[in-house]
Design a binder for this molecule. Structure first.
Ligand SMILES: Cc1ncc(COP(=O)(O)O)c(C=O)c1O
Length: 317
């Protein structure tokens, strides 16, 4: 399972756990109890979700001997601002290649806000008009400097998404302390690393929660196309086996089996499925003995034979 992230180099940039804040007035207005995970509260770079990704991305960069970091985004990118701040903390020179993709211009847009902070944090900012120009500037930087770590837009790679796998563990601990478990996790989706980490984390830790993603910069279909490869890359890093879920009541059996197959295919990973024999509402004999292990293409590789107490075994290669 991806429950042990300690083999991935990580540099602590934030102050964790970030607060989990109840919102009583919003809850009264909307109906369900709403809590906000305050990843914007941070001691570095004015905070934001990119810091968790950068902990793993810059951990990998330093392990690989990087002497300089280059990253990309639109003018006013939050990811660029946090990369600049993290590099300043680590003493690494940082290049931000920023494309004028947002239809806004003018002194205020190009010099204030994050752009001002990028300079305060000591980054070298390269303003370009097209993706082609950004590629060309990237190649120039690679040719001019020695060991450069290139981080894509939003820090959204499999390694970056590990930051949000870790965030799921943090959430599970926080909710475990309160003893009240949420049924829905809502998150924004732009470059998709946050969402990928949350999905892989929830699956890896066997947390049965609906993850609802709001695509903020493209259509839902286009967002899915961006998200799925990052989910697969994240899952492929270290995840030997996912725990798909537990069956507490017999009516859940079919649903959990379908979930196991779906996760195996989406994450290209083995899935272990335990038909937990502990239903509180009776039906022990119907839920026990249905455990299975699935291959990455969703085939059941081994199943128990329905006997109570049966254990499923399969040698993973
Ligand atoms: C503050 C903030 N929250 C959430 C997101 C979305 O995260 P991701 O790019 O990982 O999908 C962004 C991305 O631009 C952001 O700046």
């Amino acid at each position: 399972m991806a429950t042990d992230l300690s083999s991935f180099p990580r540099i602590q940039l934030g102050q964790w756990p970030s607060p989990l804040q109840p919102c009583p007035r919003l809850s009264a207005r909307l109906g369900p109890t709403v809590l906000v995970k305050r990843d914007d509260v941070s001691p570095l770079g004015v905070g934001g979700n990119k810091l968790r990704k950068l902990e793993y991305l810059l951990g990998a960069a330093l392990r690989d001997g990087a002497e300089r970091v280059v990253t990309f985004g639109a003018v006013q990118t939050n990811h660029g601002r946090l990369t600049a701040a993290a590099c300043a903390r680590l003493g690494l020179p940082c290049d931000l290649v920023l494309t004028r993709t947002v239809p806004r211009e003018g002194e205020a847009y190009e010099r204030s806000g994050n752009m001002l902070l990028d300079h305060v944090y000591g980054a070298t900012v390269h303003l370009v008009d097209t993706d082609e120009e950004a590629d060309a500037r990237h190649q120039e930087l690679l040719a001019r400097h020695g060991n450069v770590a290139s981080i894509p837009v939003g820090g959204s790679t499999g390694v970056g998404a590990l930051g949000y796998v870790a965030a799921v563990a943090e959430l599970i601990e926080q909710f475990g302390d309160t003893g009240v478990w949420p049924t829905r996790l809502v998150a924004p989706l732009a470059s998709a690393g946050t969402a990928a980490g949350l999905l892989v984390g929830a699956a890896a830790f066997g947390w049965e929660i609906d993850v609802e993603l709001i695509a903020v910069s493209r259509s839902a279909d286009a967002a899915r196309q961006v998200l799925l490869p990052i989910v697969a890359d994240t899952a492929a890093l270290n995840v030997d086996v996912y725990v798909a879920g537990l069956v507490h009541h017999d009516h859940e059996l079919q649903e959990q089996e379908a979930r196991a197959v779906r996760i195996a295919r989406a994450c290209n990973s083995y899935v272990a499925f335990a038909s937990f024999a502990g239903p509180t509402g009776g039906g022990y004999d119907r839920t026990a003995g249905n455990s299975a292990i699935y291959s990455a293409d969703g085939r059941a590789l081994a199943r128990t034979n329905g006997d109570v107490g049966g254990i499923v075994r399969f040698a993973l290669t």
